[in-house]
Design a protein around this ligand. Structure first.
Ligand code: SF4
Length: 440
């Protein structure tokens, strides 16, 4: 096979932020070896598609993306969550060059080497120590563990990714430090279960800078908070030990933000889902957190139409939402996921009923979000700028994560640059976004 110095790899990244981190690692390795990233199909010697296999609709999206890459380029390597179902991929796209699963970086690299070998003395471009990131320069995802020890009945992630494997604390801290040195202003901590960090390592200590750091949720938050960047926690469960990090939020060491995927509120549905901390007194816990840190923003996702869910369960959920007053919520209608135990549960909910429950949920969520954002009018907040164009700057408050939450619009203000953190006065709000004027 012909070898070249300037082999180019196209990259399509689908799925969640965790898959995005996998993509970043693969691209960092490719760049370190001398491969270039192709901006389009025509320029690519081979295309890697990082798939999502969580929901059936995500699988279809993955198959469509593979199909597009096959049609446009024809030399395709598949990786990611859907890669564990090689036969399902090969049934539709028999000619893909290789299929690998999530985190199989070595296998992806081998497949790229086979498909697009570099010449003997490749030009190896320098890759910065923080690696190559697919997110804008001023924020970065920081993955602290892989896998999950829970067995939620609708989920196949433990089958795909195995039990929890935490990274040593020193590794995480070194990566975070590199990112901050490289100009990252906001670290987004991700995993499948952030609050379980370090359990598998029995909270082992490792050496970072001049000290020992424990692989433990609170300790990690504290050390990350010392780096001088915004630190945002995603995928936290309402375990009692989460209480410990809320004072760090009140002290402005880490952002007053918790992304907690509650999924439901009705005890019987949570039990059927086998959710972690399903019996926790979450409303009491939320109220206590808000007493400690009144600015706390809580975002969550929910599922309606889970098998066996009744109208009473939905009433319970909506009443719970009224009490909890969560700041940001997303909702999905339940879908079977191939291989998930929930598929075998009795009393699946008809599609029209799911839709009706979804509509009820969204209208309640919108009412709460509108009210909570209205209460912010007149306040002065910090805004991190994401984009600036001719019409002004668009940023986010401390209560808004990129991609999933709302925006703060600074109309007509073209002075800031992305990554700046500015102080702004809130003038207007709708159900999802804020409009503000920067203070001098
Ligand atoms: S906590 Fe539940 S939903 Fe989340 S990854 Fe683990 S098993 Fe899946």
């Amino acid at each position: 096979m012909k070898t070249e110095q300037n082999q180019k790899v196209g990259f399509i990244s689908l799925g969640c932020p965790k898959a995005l981190v996998d993509s970043e690692r693969i691209i960092s390795r490719l760049r370190a070896e001398g491969y270039a990233v192709a901006p389009n199909y025509d320029d690519a010697n081979v295309v890697v598609v990082n798939t999502c296999g969580f929901l059936d609709s995500a699988k279809q999206e993955s198959l469509d993306a593979i199909g597009e890459a096959m049609a446009e380029n024809g030399r395709v390597i598949v990786t990611g969550c859907m890669g564990v179902e090689e036969s399902a991929i090969r049934d539709v796209h028999p000619d893909v060059l290789a299929v690998t699963g999530p985190h199989q970086y070595e296998q992806v690299m081998e497949a790229v080497h086979d498909a697009a070998p570099l010449s003997e003395s490749p030009f190896t471009s320098l890759v910065p120590p923080e690696g190559v990131r697919l997110t804008p320069r001023h924020y970065a995802y920081l993955k602290i563990s892989e896998g999950c020890n829970h067995r939620c009945s609708f989920c196949i992630i433990p089958q795909l990714r195995g039990d929890l494997v935490s990274r040593p604390a020193a590794d995480v801290m070194r990566e975070a430090e590199h990112l901050v040195r490289a100009g990252v202003k906001e670290l987004l901590v991700i995993s499948q279960d952030t609050s379980a960090y370090g359990v598998d390592l029995k909270y082992a200590e490792s050496h970072w800078r001049d000290r020992s750091v424990r692989a433990q949720f609170f300790d990690l938050c504290k050390h990350l908070g010392d780096l001088g960047a915004w630190v945002r926690l995603h995928y936290v469960y309402p375990y009692p030990h989460v209480d410990e990090v809320v004072p760090l939020m009140a002290e402005e060491k880490i952002l007053p933000y918790l992304d907690i995927p509650f999924q439901h509120a009705s005890p019987s549905v949570l039990k059927a889902m086998k959710r972690p901390a399903h019996d926790a007194k979450t409303l009491d816990r939320i109220n206590m957190w808000r007493d400690i840190c009144p600015d706390l923003s809580i975002r969550s996702t929910f599922v309606v139409g889970f098998p066996g869910e009744t109208d009473e369960d939905v009433d319970y959920l909506l009443d719970w939402l009224d009490e909890a007053q969560l700041d940001r919520v997303g909702c999905f209608q339940y879908e079977n996921v191939e291989g998930a135990p929930a598929n075998a549960l009795p009393d699946h909910v008809p599609e029209d009923v799911k839709q009706h429950r979804f509509d009820r949920f969204m209208s309640k969520a919108q009412e709460i979000s509108t009210k909570r954002l209205q209460e912010k009018i007149g306040k002065t907040i910090d805004v991190i700028i994401d984009e600036v164009d001719d019409e002004g700057a668009i940023g986010r408050s401390k209560g808004d994560a990129p991609e999933i939450d709302g925006a703060v619009y600074l109309n007509g203000d073209t002075e800031p640059t992305p990554g700046d953190i500015v102080t702004a006065h809130i003038k207007h709000a709708d159900a999802y976004d804020l409009w503000a004027i920067r203070e001098d």
